[in-house]
Ligand binder design. Structure first.
Ligand code: MRU
Length: 355
């Protein structure tokens, strides 16, 4: 199984150590989170990010919160605090729901240890789901690459690699599986303004020795129109029951252009990202992160110091919807840990799902 070059999160006694993603790819710093507030802030501030990793971090946050007080009141307070950190990625609520379910079965005296066990299970399961998604996605890549005398060209958006999960990633898991098998793949990586998660994707891929080209977000259309993309694969933050999928803002435009030019467009996501409680994408809450991120950019100066630079005057009016919804009709298939399905057929893969 894929081993993360640096664990995105790991237990360290009664705390967790995370890789702070707000500084990447310019600086690599680890942070030790020792309290509920620190975990909630790390999720909200995107020190950890990516739907599956947000879920696992929140689960660990519950365990950390119960160290001194494992009463029902404290448990509810932890669940409520963590649930409010970010609105769109349903993995957060899935993980907190699992924690609530598990911890309601044990006495307060048993709760702290049980919380760590459950959080570690969520962590391990996510890594396994990533591996399975990688295998199913690899079959798609192999099929598309058959007969080509050049590398297969994959386009992705945002970061849905190992940094976003506890394992190999979702959208990038098939790419890593292809690399391991010796199948030649190149990746178009869009920068993903305003938070530039594409830079994280470029960093991951470069470290793994996968050829990539970074593009401005607005370049995706011309590449798809020119036939320079064989397949688009992105992750998701929440997939509705009908297969509409919320992912990082800009995903929708890629899906539209891919459809127009006959390029297959896949969403790669585990069960923890599926929300059968949302009938369609219109019910998915879309995070608005405020104008600041649009008017600034993170970079390094000549001395290598990481700095936030102002792009537009502080008084500039700006809007910042952080996600958009790709309608099921634009999605060729959803790559899950149980296999690949048409977007409207998720129920076939998860007949036992109660939510
Ligand atoms: O705002 P972020 O960086 O948490 O958004 C991440 C994404 O949109 C990812 O594409 C998505 O969570 C899938 S991660 C495997």
């Amino acid at each position: 199984m894929f081993t993360q070059p640096i664990p995105t999160i790991r237990r360290d006694g009664d705390a967790v150590v995370i890789l702070d993603q707000t500084l990447l790819p310019h600086a690599c710093e680890l942070r030790r989170l020792t309290s509920l507030d620190e975990v909630a802030t790390a999720i909200h501030a995107m020190q950890v990010r990516g739907a599956p990793l947000i879920g696992a971090t929140a689960a660990y946050g519950v365990a950390i919160a119960l160290a001194a007080d494992a009463s029902d009141v404290r448990l509810e307070q932890a669940l409520t605090t963590l649930a409010a950190t970010r609105p769109t990625a349903v993995n957060l609520h899935w993980a907190l729901g699992k924690m609530r379910e598990r911890l309601s079965l044990v006495t307060p005296a048993e709760r702290h240890a049980a919380a760590w066990r459950e959080a570690e299970t969520i962590h391990r399961d996510d890594a396994e789901m990533c591996a399975a998604i990688g295998g199913h996605g690899l079959a798609i890549l192999e099929r598309l690459a058959a007969g080509l005398d050049r590398p297969l060209r994959v386009m992705t958006h945002c970061n849905a690699g190992w940094l976003a999960t506890c394992g190999a990633g979702t959208a990038l898991a098939p790419v890593y599986a292809a690399k391991a098998l010796g199948l030649a793949v190149e990746v178009w990586v869009s920068e993903t303004r305003p938070r530039n998660q594409g830079l994280l994707t470029a960093w991951e891929l470069r470290e793994a020795g996968v050829p990539l080209r970074l593009i401005a977000d607005n370049a995706a259309g011309i590449l798809l129109a020119r036939g320079e993309v064989d397949v688009v694969i992105t992750g998701a933050d929440r997939v509705a029951a009908n297969g509409d999928a919320a992912n990082k803002v800009g995903t929708y435009l890629k899906a539209l252009a891919a459809r127009e030019h006959g390029v297959p467009f896949y969403i790669a996501a585990p069960f923890s990202t599926v929300d059968f409680g949302c009938a369609d994408g219109g019910a998915i809450p879309i995070e608005d992160r405020g104008p600041g991120e649009v008017c600034t950019v993170l970079g390094v100066d000549g001395d290598g110091a990481v700095k936030t630079l102002r792009l537009a005057p502080e008084t500039t009016a700006a809007a910042n919807p952080a996600f958009d919804v790709t309608p099921a009709r634009c999605i060729t298939g959803i790559i899950t840990e149980r296999g690949v399905c048409a977007p409207g057929r998720l129920r076939d893969l998860y007949p036992e799902a109660t939510r």
